[in-house]
Design a protein around this ligand. Structure first.
Ligand SMILES: [Cu+2]
Length: 152
């Protein structure tokens, strides 16, 4: 009897740990999507970041289109471009700093921008949906530092 309980407990623990494993939430074939996208027809969108806003506040994007977001901190404080659900819905090519270099990663969760900083995010939208964008620095979101990223 106790062995049976132990087996059931093991099964529960195994399935819980599978739920906790979030890797599969991300676009797993991002590399292929990025490679096959038409980067010659890439659209560039500048997002100005300030106290306490993103301009434009709402961005509409198309599945399969290649984009570059120029994330520019025009403010006097550092800010975040945090959008965990959005980053899971896109195939990321890279994040580039024109002065310093570029980072190639399968996905990001948040991008921090120093005062006067600019980072360029190259990506292809994959999953349709409406995703929240916000700044995670204490108090900034309460001041209205939010936006919406729409993939259609
Ligand atoms: Cu902020």
């Amino acid at each position: 009897m106790s062995q049976r309980i132990a087996t059931i407990a093991t099964l529960i623990i195994c399935s819980l740990s599978q739920f906790g494993y979030a890797e599969s939430d991300y676009i797993t074939n991002a590399g292929e999507i990025v490679k096959s996208a038409d980067w010659k027809s890439m659209q560039t969108i500048t997002v100005n970041i300030d106290e306490y806003s993103y301009t434009p506040e709402t961005l509409k994007l198309k599945v399969g289109q290649a984009y570059k977001f120029e994330l520019v901190n025009k403010g006097e404080k550092k800010h975040y471009f945090t959008a965990p659900e959005f980053y899971k819905a896109i195939a990321t090519r890279k994040v580039q700093s024109n002065k310093d270099g570029e980072i190639k990663a399968p996905y990001f969760t948040a991008i921090e921008l120093m005062v006067g900083g600019q980072l360029d995010l190259y990506f292809v939208p994959v999953k349709k949906g409406k995703y929240p964008l916000y700044c995670t620095i204490k108090g900034h979101r309460d001041e209205g530092m939010e936006g919406t990223l729409i993939i259609q």
